[in-house]
Design a protein around this ligand. Structure first.
Ligand SMILES: *Cc1c(COP(=O)(O)O)cnc(C)c1O
Length: 392
């Protein structure tokens, strides 16, 4: 009885999510009755009494505001501002909250672009970063300084898909007066909604699951209105606005997020289980597997475990390269979250900007391969992996 009741409740929540994908934030009434919000390809808008200036660089044209309202509704948050890329959302958010002399705590093992921004650019601006192990909350307090303003983590850190103690991060921020930010790109709003766990801000690379078709770059910052308003204002100075046509495509892609990511959750789990059973594979990193060190936490926090996994091929970099050459379906390319499966070697691509010592400290070995599962038939992807792993 109990189980039936809770699974019914979960189903109701999911239906709500898919309905929001289609209907939340849309203009009422529809523009000339158009079922789909048209693209407003206009840089500037006629001034109206009681209306703020509307201009593409302000990110407040109808295509921007509808997207922002939809994304805020999806994560159950107060507000959202969309940006021209994930990195625009990250850099603008951090540089709105932090100034020279400030200090932040950040998870060790962040997305390569973010890691380089914090470790290479921020010191030049007089902003200091200290890395934390997101799985060890008891070690964080010792790293606090009087100048610490912010704590920054990711819902799943690629390419090993470690899941930090996210509830502890939000609680630690509250207890110590820090702003908490989470990059929620890998989970997507279907699998995890940070505002429900009391994070101040959630950031996405809209280039990935939100858009889902590998044809635009976009970003979003979602969360407390007070911060989103300040970040939007700062973005109009930094210039990282989203183009309206890209906003139109993101809006179109976003509507299918539920069906796409639910399929990718299932497909990635089946592929991870297949790979784990193969003798040519040393190790599979996917939080949906019982063997993953953060499996229990991921199961508690997330609806699904995401569409991206990584694995180590016996024989190191040469065997990994051989496997990638022999695959016929996944394309060798960076990125994730689209309809096409993509495969790459983190040591050569996403984490090539780090030193060998930094990669070793992160546990990224040369033979590690990351697979971002697309929407192909799961069985076909498994057969393709099997033939690529076979002798001869
Ligand atoms: C891709 C990515 C980014 C950067 O996003 P862009 O849209 O490429 O600027 C940031 N964080 C994560 C986790 C990503 O995967």
């Amino acid at each position: 009885m109990q189980t039936k009741h809770s699974s019914n409740r979960r189903q109701a929540l999911e239906q709500g999510f898919d309905t929001k994908l289609i209907h939340a934030g849309e203009l009422v009434p529809r523009v000339h009755g158009a079922v789909t919000l048209p693209v407003f390809q206009s840089a500037t808008f006629e001034l109206e009494d009681d209306q703020p200036v509307r201009y593409i660089r302000q990110g407040n044209t109808p295509n921007h505001t509808v997207l922002g309202n939809k994304l805020a509704a999806l994560e159950g948050a107060e507000a959202c501002h969309v940006t021209g890329s994930g990195m625009a959302a990250i850099s603008t958010s951090l540089l709105t909250i932090l100034s020279t002399g400030d200090h932040l705590l950040a998870q060790w093992g962040l997305y390569g672009g973010t890691h380089e921004l914090l470790s290479r650019s921020f010191p030049k601006l007089g902003i200091a970063v200290e890395w934390i192990d997101a799985n060890c909350p008891e070690t964080w307090a010792a790293k606090l300084r009087p100048t610490t303003k912010l704590i920054y983590v990711e819902s799943m850190s690629s390419p090993l898909f470690r899941v930090g103690d996210l509830l502890a991060v939000a609680a630690f921020a509250r207890a110590n007066g820090l702003v908490s930010i989470i990059d929620n790109t890998f989970a997507s709003p279907l699998n995890f909604r940070p505002a429900e766990s009391c994070f101040d801000l959630s950031i996405h690379s809209g280039t990935k699951y939100l858009n889902g078709h590998d044809d635009i770059a976009a970003g979003a910052v979602i969360g407390r209105r007070e911060w989103v308003t300040k970040i939007a204002h700062r973005m109009s100075h930094f210039g990282g606005a989203l183009d309206p046509h890209a906003a139109f495509l993101l809006h179109r892609g976003l509507k299918t997020l539920g069906v796409r990511v639910r399929y990718q959750n299932e497909s990635a789990l089946k592929i991870a289980e297949f790979l784990e059973s193969q003798s040519e594979i040393e190790r599979v990193n996917y939080p949906g597997l019982q063997s993953h060190p953060d499996h229990a936490r991921a199961r508690d926090l997330f609806l699904g475990f995401g569409g991206t996994l990584s694995f180590e091929v016996v024989g190191g970099a040469a065997s990994a390269e051989r496997l990638m050459r022999r695959l016929t379906l996944p394309v060798a390319a960076p990125s994730l979250g689209g309809v096409d499966s993509l495969v790459m070697r983190p040591a050569a691509v996403s984490h090539a900007g780090l030193t060998g010592a930094e990669r070793a400290a992160l546990g990224i070995r040369d033979g590690l391969v990351r697979l971002a599962v697309g929407l192909e038939t799961t069985e076909d992807l498994i057969l393709d992996l099997a033939q690529a792993l076979a002798d001869g």
